[in-house]
Design a protein around this ligand. Structure first.
Ligand code: NAD
Ligand code: MG
Length: 400
């Protein structure tokens, strides 16, 4: 595999984006930042471009292009400005870029992430929603254009590390694998009764015990939809069927996931919960580089515990398995409804427990269809978002 050198980061101002810049900055001899993108934070984006010497900056909110230009000139940075979705796609496909970090949150990342795959780039995938919503179309694009897809999600990166070399292209059963054990901390409400969750606030939901992340994924961790999305993600990345993916609640977040083989061996990947580890692993693969992550202190950790997931208290997990088994655009509908519901919850327009009600009702209202092309994804996504928004406004008037 060609060594990575020139990097584009989609979603550079976010939690994953900034962790990626931290790892890259530790290795100026190896890596060069070519392009950075953000949604609306022009000050932060201009500052990052100036500090990391980016050749291109892209602001997704198109009307902010001129303001970004002024900001960059004020800093004396020669960075060229791109804007809008076309700009994101251009940034993902630049000929001088050989590696793209896809770290935009949600469905907004689909088009640029697919563009990176079409450009045959080495694709580091954090933006799990893009894979969940477009599974077969996404994987087909990766294969047809010779893109190399490496998982950044800590669980999938862990599974990747526990698999035989170059597994991503191989067959799950043929490789002697029995199951994937996908660990998750259980989120901030792991030990709360469902009745105690009625009035939780976005601030409580975003206070994750082990990880500091963007708001959307933090709420997903609190509902456990994050683990549900990850089950679907594991299906597409590794070819595992739903019964071969077991969610394991592991509150310490030290084991990031495991692979069980037919001979009974279980291989786990461990480390401190710090996203710089999977980022560095994927960036340098198959080599290893310093990531700024401290050693795992097993004596301080003391004990590792495991629990079965509770599908009654966390119905999001049940809905995700259901969508995976239903197939076609069912995961697209699940993901779209979740994005709408989480945004409404963060905006204080929906109660926490109603997030999964919105998803379930949207899945019942919109019939899943076959997924043959990206147009099927876009249509199902739009229909589900419309229906979910209507359900949110209806429920909102009935919430205390
Ligand atoms: P974040 O909210 O911190 O950052 C999101 C980034 O996407 C920002 O740079 C923002 O400018 C950009 N963005 C947001 N909306 C956009 C839009 N409409 N158009 C263009 N750009 C937009 O999120 P994050 O926590 O860094 O997560 C990013 C992705 O990585 C998510 O898909 C998440 O599920 C995944 N992920 C994150 C973590 C983590 O530890 N943070 C771990 C695993 C996976
Ligand atoms: Mg994860």
């Amino acid at each position: 595999m060609k060594r990575t050198r020139n990097i584009a980061i989609l979603g550079a101002t976010g939690s994953i984006g900034r962790s990626t810049l931290d790892v890259v900055a530790r290795h100026p001899d190896r890596y060069r930042i070519v392009a950075l993108t953000a949604w609306r934070k022009i000050d932060q984006l201009a500052d990052l471009c100036s500090r990391h010497g980016a050749t291109y900056a892209c602001i997704a909110e198109e009307s902010l292009g001129p303001a970004l230009e002024r900001q960059l000139r004020a800093l004396g940075a020669p960075t060229r400005v791109l804007a809008g979705e076309a700009g994101l796609i251009e940034a993902a496909m630049l000929p001088e870029v050989d590696c793209v970090m896809a770290a935009i949150v949600g469905g907004a990342g689909l088009a640029p992430t697919l563009a990176a795959a079409r450009g045959g780039k080495k694709l580091l995938l954090a933006n799990k929603e893009a894979l969940v919503m477009a599974g077969p179309v996404f994987m087909d694009t990766v294969r047809r254009h010779g893109s190399i897809l490496l998982p950044i999600d800590s669980e999938h990166n862990a599974v990747f590390q526990c698999l035989p070399p170059a597994f991503l292209a191989a067959n799950f059963d043929m490789a002697g694998i029995r199951r994937i054990l996908l660990t998750g901390s259980g989120g901030p409400f792991r030990s709360r009764a469902r009745s105690e969750l009625q009035h939780v606030t976005p601030e409580e939901a975003c206070a994750h015990p082990n990880w500091v992340m963007g708001k959307k994924i933090s709420v997903d961790s609190a509902t456990m939809m994050n683990k549900g999305l990850e089950v679907i993600e594991a299906h597409w990345l590794f070819g595992a069927r739903s019964h071969q993916i077991q969610v394991v609640v592991h509150p310490q977040s030290v084991i990031h996931s495991m692979v069980e083989y037919t001979d009974g061996s279980v291989i786990a990947q461990m480390g401190n919960p710090d996203m710089r580890t999977p980022i560095a692993q994927a960036l340098a693969f198959p080599e290893r580089i310093e990531a700024g992550v401290s050693s795992l202190d097993l004596f301080t950790t003391g004990s590792l515990t495991f629990e079965a997931p509770d599908f009654e208290r966390f119905p999001a997990l049940r809905l995700a398995y259901q969508a995976l088994e239903e197939g076609g655009t069912a995961p697209t509908i699940l993901n779209a409804a979740n994005e709408v519901a989480v945004a409404a919850f963060l905006d204080h327009r929906l109660s926490f427990l109603h997030i999964t009600v919105v998803i379930e009702e949207t899945m019942q209202a919109i019939a899943a269809t076959a997924m043959r092309a990206v147009e099927d994804v876009v249509a199902a996504d739009a229909a589900a978002r419309n229906r979910a928004a209507a359900i949110v406004s209806h429920l909102g008037t009935h919430v205390a």
